[in-house]
Design a protein around this ligand. Structure first.
Ligand code: AHG
Ligand code: MN
Ligand code: MN
Ligand code: MN
Length: 333
């Protein structure tokens, strides 16, 4: 494949689909540059004093890792001055972040999980950054949290960076999914996979099995069928993979298929699963659907959910279309 840069790809996509105004292209390039900076910090590890936890807790009740906060700061500082945003929201910030009045405001709102897979930071396992872009209400200089309460179908762009053996950026603006690999010598993102498509069928599933005793019956039934292998109703053996970094599990699924699940469970109905709708489930659902996959909360399409709270959680079943359809079907019986 002829190597083209992120900028050239976005300009070509704009010419072809006319869905990426210059402001949105600028925003995507700024976020991509911030992910390069985060990748650089991640790569330093112990040599860069970026490992370990802080005393602080975030709004999720999680102890913050140094890199959670460092990554959040990098994204805030990179995006504040550009004039393309009206406001930002993050897993690591309780309320939305307005653009300071000394800077011009733009028409977009950026949401992000600055460092996804925090439990893997200190053990050198792939982690990432997830982002989602919404439009601010017309002429709204200072959007409120309520203005962020838009269903995932309203996203104009979504993507993630995965900081692994390669640093990669996966991106959609609604015209398919493309993947860029960071050329560290040139410091540029290079297009390495066009129009990624998730295999419709799979024999691989991703779930944290240690929660099994807490799952509701439809999930118990579905997982038991997968575990029954050739002797069960599915008549074949399934493999299980669980990296505990959503970006890494989703990246594997984008490349070779699979179904990723983080179900609600019987423990706390107010916290249906662990994953957050606005900056984990929605951006990943947009990407998965654009790659021919499916993403539901067990009953409904994730991107149809009308959000009520910035940090609300949602059960997630996403990946190979046929498998997501089976487990979703069991929730409707
Ligand atoms: P984050 O590190 O941003 O809080 O997200 C972690 C999420 C997600 O990345 C991953 O799929 C899931 O938590 C792992 O959950 P378990 O710790 O239950 O395996
Ligand atoms: Mn996360
Ligand atoms: Mn996070
Ligand atoms: Mn977290």
């Amino acid at each position: 494949m002829k190597r083209i840069s992120l900028t050239q790809h976005l300009v070509e996509e704009q010419r072809q689909h006319n869905t990426i105004p210059a402001e949105l292209r600028l925003l995507i390039e700024v976020v991509a540059r911030a992910c390069k900076t985060i990748s650089h910090s991640v790569g330093k590890g112990a040599l860069g004093d970026v490992l370990g936890a802080l005393e602080s807790e975030n709004v999720q009740g999680e102890v913050q890792k140094k890199l959670d906060v460092i990554s959040n700061e990098i994204l805030l500082e990179a995006n504040e001055w550009g004039g393309h945003l009206a406001a930002m929201a993050s897993e690591e910030m309780e309320s939305i972040h307005q653009i300071p009045n000394r800077y011009p405001k733009g028409e977009y709102m950026l949401l992000f999980d600055p460092l996804d897979g925090s439990s893997n930071i200190d053990v050198n396992v792939s982690i990432g950054t997830i982002f989602s872009v919404l439009k601010a209400p017309e002429g709204m200089a200072n959007p409120t949290e309520q203005d962020f309460m838009q269903p995932g179908s309203k996203q104009v762009a979504a993507g993630y960076a995965v900081y692994g053996p390669q640093t990669m950026l996966v991106l959609t603006t609604g015209n398919g999914v493309n993947c860029f690999t960071l050329d560290r010598e040139m410091g540029s993102w290079v297009l390495t996979q066009r129009n990624m498509q998730i295999p419709v069928k799979t024999k691989e599933f991703a779930i944290n099995m240690s929660n099994q005793r807490h799952w509701h019956p439809p999930v118990q039934r579905y997982i038991n069928e997968l575990l029954a292998g050739t002797t069960g109703p599915r008549g074949t053996d399934f493999n299980m993979r669980w990296i505990a970094s959503m970006v890494a599990d989703v990246h594997r699924i984008l490349n070779r298929g699979g179904i990723f699940m983080y179900p609600a469970d019987i423990r706390d109905p107010s916290k249906p699963g662990k994953l957050r709708l606005m900056y984990e489930a929605n951006p990943m659902a947009f990407i998965v659907e654009q790659a021919g996959g499916m993403a539901t909360d067990g009953k409904h399409r994730i991107m149809d959910i009308q959000p009520e709270k910035l940090h609300q959680r949602v059960p997630v079943f996403l990946g190979s279309r046929d498998e997501v359809a089976v487990v979703t079907g069991y929730h409707h019986e």
